[in-house]
Design a binder for this molecule. Structure first.
Ligand code: G4P
Length: 533
């Protein structure tokens, strides 16, 4: 087979996605069930065991100890029905950070997991906004229907109103909680009966001739059968018809109901996912759009993880392949440094363990051992000048001023902060008026991490002081007069980011709204690429 046709074939087989959810919605549980289907793990409880250790404490030493564990779960690669699936973890809980957002720039689609008893929650909302920046296709799983949940129509309404995405149910719950009878697969017109305690993978769904089929009354109850008929009538009248185009452009989300814990409804999701979700998509670069089936290898770094192995204190840079074929030992052109580098020790992340990767195609994630050469957003090619776009910084939500305990260590502090910024561990802003270093992070745990790393890796003791900011916005105006007036008015709240772009540090959303009203013609952005969300 020629290289070209091998690449085309391999790209078609690949699916790279992430699960977005609020903590406790069941992400770990559903990940485990998906991996069980893929045969990547043999036993329920495997992923769970990793997780409970991981969150035992928020102490950094403890986190460091756990890094070896969390990295294997940061990318899980497995095969299922001739597909090669890469599932990228979006860290939640205490380690929610900018990484969580950035992972979403490296996937081709996402699964939004919602706790059916809680509906749309804060973190889901934020993560969906990031998906929207790139029109990432999103499927939705309404979880925990083995418990009392909100009315399914209310859940759909909430998603449509709060998240502004049209819902298109593919399955429908029959009852819930103690009364949970199963789910109706709308497309295949079949019912999967819920038997608590039985493994869904062994149970075949029951095919119906239509919703009028009396078999339905027999297999659920006449009451539930009638309820389902009514629900379907309502849905037909008010629902959005499914179109693959709508899903692919991010305006429609196919919705599935079930219980991750009971492995119920997960099969329906997985099969629809493989049928509809996109294989690796073309990627925009400053110079041109790169297609996944091009023969030359290209990729970009979306995450850098430090200290994963405490005996080596190594960093691993995660590179998403955008085109071509990777083979072990090949050389790549580092576009920012403008030189070739050899990729010797590259790992991929099988769901089972870290393994050496011999080949890879668009959609796959490579782990590159990083001696300090890589930054988030770095692009690679086989010689072409390329700069992939769409890997921005995101507005931090927590801020601290950092100053030195020992004023003679200014250089080390600067160096430490620059490197930690390159890794994406924090963002550093330099206040225009005072020259103070202001750190901005998405999740507060990062402050602890930074303090610890400054001390242990750069030998500087940082004194962290609170500042009144709660959000930050990059800004722009075509009207120079307005821009000048704005900057004069807010001089004390303006800072430079590491790329020298100016950012407005806001004391509150009220502060921001006021500035928007007062300075018409100013545009404010939540990410450094100025992509609307
Ligand atoms: P997360 O990764 O999104 O944070 O959530 P995780 O999977 O850890 O699930 C959070 C809790 O919700 C867990 O309970 C889990 O068992 C439960 N859960 C997940 N999916 C379902 C479901 O479909 N139905 C029901 N009834 N519960 C579900 P926990 O008590 O916090 O942990 P554990 O003691 O069960 O391990």
């Amino acid at each position: 087979m020629s290289l070209e046709s091998e690449i085309v074939q391999q790209v078609q087989r690949r699916r790279t996605f992430a699960i977005i959810s609020h903590p406790d919605a069941g992400k770990t549980t559903i990940t485990e069930k998906v991996l069980l289907f893929g045969g990547a793990i043999q036993m329920a409880g495997t992923v769970k065991a990793r997780k409970s250790k991981k969150y035992a404490t928020s102490d950094w030493m403890e986190i460091e100890k756990q890094r070896g564990i969390s990295v294997t779960s940061s990318v899980m690669k497995f095969s299922y029905n001739d597909y090669e699936i890469n599932l990228l973890d979006t860290p939640g809980h205490q380690d929610f950070s900018e990484d969580t957002y950035r992972v979403l720039t490296a996937v081709d689609s996402a699964l939004m997991l919602i706790d059916g008893a809680k509906g749309v929650e804060a973190q889901t909302k934020k993560l969906l906004e990031v998906c929207r920046m790139r029109n990432t296709p999103v499927m939705t799983f309404m979880n925990k229907f083995d418990r009392e949940c909100n009315n399914p129509f209310e859940l759909l309404d909430e998603v449509e109103n709060v998240l502004k995405i049209q819902c298109c149910p593919q399955t429908w719950p029959i009852g819930m909680g103690r009364d949970f009878k199963g789910i109706y697969d709308i497309r295949s017109n079949s019912v999967r009966i819920f038997h608590a305690g039985e493994d869904q993978r062994k149970l075949e769904p029951v095919a119906l001739k239509g919703l009028d089929d009396p078999l339905l009354d027999e297999i659920v109850t006449p009451f539930h059968a009638n309820q389902l008929r009514e629900d379907m009538e309502l849905l037909e009248g008010a629902g959005t018809p499914f179109t693959k185009e709508g899903y692919l452009d991010g305006s429609i989300t196919p919705v599935f109901f079930g219980s991750a814990l009971r492995n119920f409804g997960v099969f329906e999701f997985l099969h629809n996912f493989l049928e509809y979700s996109p294989s690796p998509r073309p990627r925009p670069a400053v110079e041109r759009v790169v297609k996944p089936d091009e023969s030359k290898l290209t990729g970009f770094i979306f995450k850098i993880q430090a200290n994963m192995d405490s005996s080596h204190r190594d960093r691993i840079a995660f590179m998403r392949i955008c085109s071509g074929k990777f083979t072990r030992g090949m050389k790549l052109y580092h576009c920012r440094l403008q030189r070739m580098i050899k990729l010797n020790s590259t790992v991929t992340f099988m769901a089972k363990e870290r393994e050496m990767l011999d080949e890879g195609f668009a959609g796959d994630i490579l782990g590159l051992y990083d001696p300090g050469l890589f930054k988030i957003g770095d692009s690679f090619s086989q010689g072409e000048e390329l700069n992939f776009t769409g890997i921005p910084n995101f507005s931090p939500e927590n801020f601290m001023k950092v100053r030195l305990a020992d004023p003679l260590k200014g250089k080390q502090l600067e160096k430490g902060l620059v490197q930690l910024t390159e890794e994406g561990a924090t963002q550093v802003f330099k206040a225009v008026a005072s020259n103070a270093h202001i750190l901005g992070v998405v999740g507060v745990l990062q402050f602890e991490v930074i303090k610890f790393r400054l001390l242990h890796e750069y030998n500087v003791e940082g004194v962290f002081e609170s500042v009144p900011y709660t959000c930050a916005r990059w800004y722009h105006s075509d009207n120079e007069q307005v821009l000048k007036k704005f900057e004069e008015r807010y001089i004390a709240q303006i800072a430079h980011d590491v790329k020298d772009k100016k950012i407005f540090l806001c004391n509150s959303t009220w502060d921001l709204d006021y500035a928007k009203k007062k300075f018409e013609g100013m545009e404010f952005y939540q990410n450094s690429d100025h992509i609307p969300v």
